[in-house]
Design a protein around this ligand. Structure first.
Ligand code: UT7
Length: 347
C-alpha cells in the first residue's frame, strides 16, 4: 500500500492587536455595514510594526509541534505571500528558531492557495521517502503590504499563522490526506499582484523615509477574482471528492479559504452541499491568505464543530491565479486552547 501523509498536529497564532471595522471606518471611506454585508468580516488582527511573518510562523509552528507531541520533523514547508525578505526563504529561519537544527526547509509562493499547495508538497515528499515528518506552516503579515489608501484591500486582509504536522502513515488512518487537486492560470496574474520588488520591476532603493511607492503595495481586482474563485474552488473540490470517492452531501465540513462568506456559500451551492456545513471564521480574522485554512480548522475544533471521524474538504483560490483542494477524515488530535487558543470575537 502507498504511504500517506497523516495529519497529526495543529497549532495557530494571531497577533494580539484586533482591528475592528469601526476602527477602519475612522480613517477610510468605508463602514462596518459595507464590510460585513459584502464580505462577512467583522474584525481582523494586525501585527505591530516590526513583527515579521517568521515571528508568527514560529509561534504557530511551536504549537503544532506541541500538538503533535514531538518536535521531530525532517522538513519545514512554509506557505507565504509576505516572506521576511525577498531572499532568502523564510522557512529555514523558522526551522532554526524552532530548534529543528539542519532540516530541509523551503517556502511555497501560491498566495491564498499556499497552504493547500504546501500540503501537497509535503505529502509528495513523504510519499517519495524524502521526509517522514513535515511541519507545514501558512503565515502572513498582509498588514505590511496593504495600501492604507486602498479601501478595496485594506478592509479585507488580516495577519496570522497556522501550522500542521504531517507524518508518514497509512491511507486508511484518520488524518490521511486522501486526494489532492492543484491548478493555476498565469494568464490572470494581474488580478492579484504586488508589482514592485521583483525581477520585472526591481525596487528603486529609496532610502529616505517617506511615502512608499504605490507599486510596493498589494493590489486586487476583486470582482473578477470573486468569479474565478467560485468556479475554480467548486471544480477543484469536485475533483478531490471524485478522487476520494465521496459524495458532496457526505462531507461534514467544507473548510474553504476564508476570503468572503459569499464565495464560500456559492461554492457550497455549486457542490450541492448544505451551507450550514461551511466553516466560517473570517468574521474574526479576515482574509489571512495562506494562513486561513489552518486558522479555520483550529477555530472549527474549538467551536466544537469539527470532531474526529468527520469528513473534511479543504479548498482555496489565490493570486497567480492558483487553486487547490484536499480531502481528509479528521483525526483524534490534541488541539486544546493552551496549544491553539480560539481567536477572540469582538462584541
Ligand atoms: O484571497 C484571495 C482571493 N480573494 C478573493 O477571493 C476576493 C474576491 N473578491 C471579493 O471578495 C469582493 O469582490 C470584494 C469584497 C473585494 C468586493 O466586493 P464587491 O461586491 O465585488 O464590490 P465591488 O468591488 O463591486 O464594489 C461595489 C461598490 C463600489 O462602489 P460603486 O462603484 O458601486 O459606487 C466600490 O467602490 O463598493 C465600493 N467599495 C467600498 N465601499 C465601502 C469597495 N470597497 C469598499 C469599502 N467600503 N471597503
Amino acid at each position: 500500500m502507498n504511504t500517506a501523509a497523516v495529519l497529526t498536529g495543529l497549532g495557530t497564532y494571531v497577533p494580539p492587536r484586533v482591528v475592528t471595522n469601526e476602527e477602519l471606518s475612522r480613517t477610510m471611506d468605508t463602514s462596518d455595514e459595507w464590510i460585513r454585508t459584502r464580505t462577512g468580516i467583522a474584525q481582523r488582527h494586525w501585527a505591530d510594526t516590526g513583527t515579521a511573518t517568521s515571528d508568527l510562523a514560529v509561534e504557530a509552528g511551536a504549537r503544532a509541534l506541541k500538538s503533535a507531541g514531538s518536535a521531530d520533523v525532517d522538513l519545514v514547508v512554509l506557505a507565504t505571500t509576505t516572506p521576511d525578505h525577498p531572499c532568502p526563504a523564510t522557512a529555514p529561519q523558522v526551522a532554526s528558531r524552532l530548534g529543528l537544527r539542519t532540516v530541509a526547509a523551503y517556502d511555497v509562493a501560491a498566495v491564498c492557495s499556499g497552504f493547500v499547495y504546501a500540503l501537497a508538497c509535503a505529502a509528495g515528499a513523504i510519499a517519495a521517502g524524502v521526509a517522514e515528518r513535515v511541519l507545514v506552516i501558512g503565515a502572513e503579515t498582509y498588514s505590511t503590504i496593504l495600501n492604507p489608501d486602498d479601501r478595496t484591500t485594506s478592509v479585507i486582509f488580516g495577519d496570522g499563522a497556522g501550522a500542521v504536522v504531517l507524518r508518514a502513515g497509512d491511507p486508511s488512518e484518520p488524518g490521511a490526506l486522501l486526494a489532492h487537486d492543484l491548478g493555476s492560470d498565469g494568464s490572470l496574474k494581474d488580478l492579484i499582484m504586488v508589482p514592485g520588488g521583483g525581477s520585472r520591476q526591481p525596487v528603486t532603493g529609496a532610502a529616505e523615509p517617506g511615502p512608499r511607492p504605490a507599486d510596493s503595495y498589494f493590489g486586487m481586482q476583486g470582482k473578477p477574482v470573486f468569479r474565478h474563485a467560485v468556479t475554480r474552488m467548486a471544480e477543484s473540490s469536485q475533483a478531490v471528492l471524485d478522487r476520494a470517492g465521496w459524495a458532496a452531501q457526505s462531507v461534514d465540513w467544507f473548510v474553504g479559504h476564508q476570503a468572503n462568506v459569499r464565495i464560500l456559500h456559492a461554492v457550497a451551492d455549486q457542490l450541492g452541499m448544505d451551507k450550514e456545513r461551511t466553516v466560517v471564521n473570517l468574521d474574526r480574522v479576515g482574509n489571512t491568505s495562506a494562513a486561513s485554512i489552518p486558522l479555520a480548522l483550529a477555530d472549527a475544533v474549538s467551536d466544537g464543530l469539527l470532531a474526529p471521524g468527520h469528513r473534511v474538504l479543504l479548498s482555496a483560490f489565490g493570486g497567480g491565479v492558483t487553486w487547490g483542494s484536499t480531502a481528509l477524515v479528521w483525526p483524534d488530535i490534541t488541539t486544546d486552547r493552551d496549544i491553539s487558543p480560539k481567536t477572540p470575537r469582538s462584541s
